[in-house]
Design a binder for this molecule. Structure first.
Ligand code: ADP
Ligand code: MG
Length: 622
């Protein structure tokens, strides 16, 4: 634990508003963290019972809210149903440790809270996989609605199943013991709760700062791009859904052994909404925000429940009204929650990702032999309703050549790129890449075969650093998965991925911006960033959609040199470009499109003289 803590670091950064170039979820300076740990460990010794109980609840809630930070704040998937997963963890351990007569087939699992924790987590993972496979595909508002549906279903299941004690619930749940130490007082289980929470905060922070984490952070606003870089976004969504559910279940397990009984009430939909609320108040993109949010809501709830009924002279859950108003104010005034405001009070030094120049280079793909026909489109047609955007298009690209696809605006060039790269599926026709038929295949599969692309309308994560954006391109060259990333066991590979990203950034001439926010670059530079990102995947075919648009003369020259150099290394390049001087001086062959069709194909000098082209396209320009 000493390594990440000992270096000067930055405060937690949200997915929504990270500070330029710093790590996603940096850390408070070491002394702040040490002070925090000291306070936490002294709290049960010095505080009266009431406050210890309050802190216990804050810890339990924060654990659930942290899952939501990952799921909703970072991943953009809203869930109202987390309370049901808390219930799943609580009831599993309740049944296994408190039922006097477990059926014979379950007897082996009974009696031990720790065994019940493992079983509860496994069960939760299973349920989350099942529920996730049914609901995560829902788009827009349907996903939150789906989470409400299964949240309510599980809640009613707890209340109606006889073995679960119906609405009275289960009693007689034992306390947890660690090596003979019985945690049967609030002051004792306090430590377990906060160890769980801090471990969860650290592992979540680690995860977000990894290959897998970059894929997760691309979910909100970068799905098409991430898929084109080889990220399996459905898998990433499922990963954060399961992780969030596991956090909730662990919280439920702790809760059951703290309370020593469970009933359905704390696992209903209204509590699910409260959890979401905690995440939003704290700062939905920020790991430490979960604790702040849980703290604010829990203390306020306590306080409001005491005072509001006195104020109104009637009993009732008036705090709900206050929370509702608070939510509206926060969404209007402080989208990123309270944490960033608190973080400003702590002096932080900016810290950006270090590039380890000594990291071993990643293995490279074997380049196809020069002249090999690596991409071929045969009679590709794409219709959008009545509009035929690509009509019977044939073209091919060889290894070691640059082919330009030109034509007036709306001719269908970008559409063609989408058919070739798997972003879209042709209505009919075939695309062969290195001899394999790829039309209709997922873009991440095609990326794996060695095709990489840029987008006419740049697709990058504007709040992430240039370095991290480019590192997404190297996604398929690593394999570090969730668990190793959470515990920083994949640092060797991570260093190599980051070094590769840095290398490509230098190669395209953006090194002075390496640690800047990608969104702060000029549009032309963002296009160049996309080329670096594409190169980080070690492709053998590059598809560049208007790479020179927005570049100044010198920058265009540099780009031309880079592309020539790539070609000399055996790379095949297909590019769409409007700047005829740039195209004609650079490329080997040209294909001209108009109204979705190919109207000419040939050497640059032939195309420049082709009457059909002059009339249709160049004629219009001159
Ligand atoms: P280019 O890149 O050559 O400028 P595009 O491929 O972007 O042209 O567009 C070709 C034609 O297809 C245009 O008329 C455009 O409006 C249409 N088009 C492109 N994408 C879609 C889509 N997703 N739905 C409907 N029409 C589309
Ligand atoms: Mg276009």
């Amino acid at each position: 634990m000493s390594k990440p803590d000992s270096r000067p670091a930055s405060i937690a950064l949200p997915a929504t508003e990270p500070v330029a170039g710093r790590r996603f979820a940096g850390f408070a300076p070491a002394h702040v963290l040490v002070a925090f740990l000291l306070l936490v460990s002294l709290a049960p010794v010095v505080l009266p019972e009431f406050y210890v109980t309050l802190l216990n609840y804050i810890g339990l809630y924060a654990l659930v809210a942290l899952g939501l930070v990952l799921l909703t704040g970072v991943g953009g998937l809203t869930s109202f149903g987390q309370a049901a997963f808390v219930g799943l963890g609580a009831y599993t351990t309740g049944v296994l440790t408190a039922s006097p007569d477990l059926p014979g087939w379950l007897a082996w699992a009974g009696g031990s809270p720790w065994l019940a924790l493992v079983i509860g987590l496994l069960l939760t993972a299973l349920v989350a996989l099942l529920v996730g496979s049914l609901t995560l595909r829902l788009s827009g508002h349907f996903l939150p609605l789906g989470t409400i549906a299964w949240g309510i279903s599980l809640y009613f299941l707890f209340g109606t199943m006889e073995t679960l004690g119906g609405h009275t619930g289960l009693t007689g749940i034992p306390s947890i013991s660690i090596f003979g130490w019985e945690l049967d007082e609030g002051r004792e289980i306090f430590y377990l709760i906060w160890v769980f929470l801090l471990a969860a905060v650290l592992t979540t922070r680690n995860l977000l700062d990894s290959r897998e984490g970059r894929a997760i952070r691309a979910l909100k606003g970068g799905m098409v791009m991430a898929e084109a870089m080889g990220v399996n976004t459905s898998r990433s969504r499922m990963v954060i859904f399961v992780i969030a559910a596991l956090h909730a279940a662990a919280s439920g397990w702790l809760y059951a052994h703290m309370q020593r009984f469970v009933n359905p009430t704390p696992f209903g939909l209204h509590i699910g909404i409260e959890y979401l609320f905690m995440a939003v108040v704290g700062g939905a993109g920020q790991v430490w925000g979960a604790i702040v949010g849980a703290g604010i809501i829990t203390v306020m709830k306590q306080w409001l429940q005491d005072w509001l009924p006195k104020l109104f002279g009637a009993s009732g859950n008036f705090e709900v009204i206050v929370f509702g108003l608070m939510m509206v104010v926060i969404l209007h005034r402080a989208r990123d929650g309270v944490w960033p405001l608190l973080a400003k009070l702590v002096p932080v030094r900016g810290q950006h990702i270090e590039v380890d120049a000594t990291a071993a280079a990643l293995p490279r793909r074997e380049m196809p032999a020069r002249g090999e026909r690596i991409l071929e489109a045969r009679k590709v047609t794409r219709k959008f309703g009545g509009l035929v955007a690509n009509n019977d298009m044939n073209l091919h690209v060889e290894a070691g050549e640059i082919l330009a696809l030109i034509g007036p605006n709306g001719a269908g060039k970008s559409t063609m790129f989408n058919q070739l790269s798997g972003v879209d599926t042709p209505t009919s026709g075939e695309v062969l890449f290195r001899g394999k038929s790829i039309a209709g295949h997922a873009s991440r599969e095609i990326a794996g075969l060695g095709m990489s692309r840029t987008f006419q309308h740049v697709k990058l994560l504007p709040k992430m650093s240039v370095l991290e954006n480019v590192a997404i391109g190297a996604h398929l060259r690593g394999s570090g998965s969730v668990v190793p990333a959470a515990w920083r066991l994949e640092r060797g590979e991570e260093a190599r991925l980051i070094a590769e990203a840095a290398h490509q950034i230098k190669r395209v001439g953006l090194e002075e911006y390496m640690h800047e926010e990608a969104g702060s670059l000029a549009l032309g530079q963002q296009r160049i960033l996309e080329i670096a990102r594409a190169l980080a995947s070690d492709p053998c075919l590059l598809l560049l959609d208007e790479p020179a648009a927005g570049l100044r003369f010198k920058e265009k020259e540099a780009l031309g040199e880079l592309l020539s150099k790539l070609r000399s290394e055996g790379m095949a390049i297909l590019l769409v470009e409007h700047d005829m001087d740039f195209v004609m001086g650079l490329v080997d062959r040209v294909v001209v499109m108009e109204f979705g069709q190919k109207i000419a194909e040939g050497l640059p000098e032939e195309i420049q003289k082709n009457p059909a082209v002059l009339e249709a396209y160049l004629g219009g320009v001159e």
